[in-house]
Design a protein around this ligand. Structure first.
Ligand SMILES: [Mg+2]
Length: 400
């Protein structure tokens, strides 16, 4: 610059001048950034809750479920987040993640996420580390929304007034009577779709699907989830049999690590049957791999595994760019506001085990009406409050 005159806005925007803007410059003044509220401290608790009945699916069986709850405190508010994971996720949060978020401005969700993802590089980002990041990321987003006095769906930008839930359970450990009671109960409550587990004893599945169909009637969709129990040809045979029973959704027919197998199956299943997977995608690259391979008709994402709200938003953006609908996996209290804000949202899982736990531990856990879920327009953030008095009996690990 040859003179002391103020640069033109064009030149300043081009990065070639460092002089202060002229008085006539109409650009906004540089903002100091943030909410001016730091995250003061973080508490972590793990609770283990016994199931009401033994539960199993095609590849796993369990009698209790552990939830790791994170609370981030700042500005007189408390942000909540959680993941269904081993208490080891809590230890990882304490050692590696809390030092990265305490003292950070509560508005800095992306900065916190980036720092956490970078900090677990050598531990392996998938698995426990991703669940740990998920819970902390949610708590930071929740605190930010609460400080702004906004429901999370509104902070993210509400795309839908309501989200369709589908009843999910139908464990392979259930008797026919238990299956009938649970799935029929959801149909009576107005759910338009239900899902049962298959694949543990494949020869018994046509009968179990018939029990499900009889319980819900002709107008409710029946979905199945094999949790990766089958090989490719067994899965194709099962898909052909299920299609005759009007099953419209086949989840993880083969292992979701077998991306080519999912694609192979998707190319051969009847048009009215969707192949779904994604619950073990721990981050954006894993979602991209499923989508780029054409492996799924519906992508499932789980904000308690895929690095939280931030990771879930990335899944939503990827779905949009691949023109594939998005379904939320489990943890309905976390997913409701995220799905209300996700343009490609298709449906969300009303998972028996997690519904029980979330209503046991949290005030503000949502309740469906005729199978639809609506975010509470008056509750900031996720709208959840940990009910300490009820939760204490289930606490197995704690750090504050
Ligand atoms: Mg599943």
């Amino acid at each position: 610059m040859g003179s002391a005159e103020a640069p033109s806005p064009e030149r300043a925007a081009g990065g070639t001048a460092l002089a202060a803007p002229a008085a006539t410059d109409t650009r906004l003044p540089r903002h100091a950034g943030g909410l001016g509220v730091g995250i003061d401290r973080v508490a972590v608790d793990a609770f283990t809750i016994p199931t009401d009945l033994p539960e199993s699916d095609g590849t796993y069986a369990w009698t209790s479920t552990t939830i790791v709850v994170v609370r981030a405190f700042g500005g007189g508010r408390t942000g909540h987040g959680y993941t269904y994971a081993h208490p080891a996720a809590g230890a990882l949060i304490v050692e590696r993640l809390i030092p990265l978020v305490v003292g950070r401005d509560a508005a800095d969700t992306s900065g916190a996420w980036s720092a956490m993802v970078a900090a677990v590089r050598n531990l392996g980002r998938p698995g426990i580390a991703a669940t740990a990041i998920s819970a902390v990321d949610q708590a930071v987003w929740d605190l930010k929304a609460r400080l702004l006095g906004l429901p999370l769906a509104d902070l993210l930008g509400r795309a839908h007034e309501r989200v369709a839930g589908y009843g999910s359970g139908g464990f392979t450990s259930y008797t026919d009577a238990e299956l009938r009671t649970q799935l029929g109960g959801w149909a009576d409550a107005g759910f338009r779709a239900v899902k049962l587990k298959v694949g543990r004893e494949p020869e018994a599945d046509p009968h179990r699907v018939a029990v499900a169909r009889e319980a819900v009637g002709p107008d409710v969709a029946v979905m199945v989830d094999a949790n990766g129990a089958l090989d490719r040809r067994s899965a194709l045979g099962a898909a052909e049999a299920f299609a005759e029973q009007r099953v419209t959704w086949f989840e993880e027919p083969v292992s979701s690590d077998d991306i080519e197998g999912l694609r192979w199956l998707r190319d051969r299943t009847p048009a009215r049957m969707a192949v779904a997977a994604g619950e073990y995608a721990w981050g954006p690259d894993a979602f991209r791999r499923l989508l780029a391979a054409g492996a799924v008709d519906v992508l499932q994402a789980d904000a308690t595994r895929c690095t939280g709200v931030t990771g879930f938003l990335l899944a939503s953006a990827l779905c949009e760019s691949f023109h594939v609908p998005l379904s939320a996996h489990c943890a309905p209290s976390i997913h409701l506001p995220l799905m209300a804000a996700a343009r490609p949202a298709l449906n969300m899982e009303w998972f028996h085990d997690h519904v029980r736990i979330e209503h046991l531990l949290f005030d503000g856990a949502p309740t469906p009406t005729n199978g639809w879920l609506v975010p509470d327009a008056a509750a900031p953030g996720f709208g959840l409050e940990l009910r300490e008095a009820d939760a204490t009996a289930y606490r197995v690990w704690s750090w504050a």
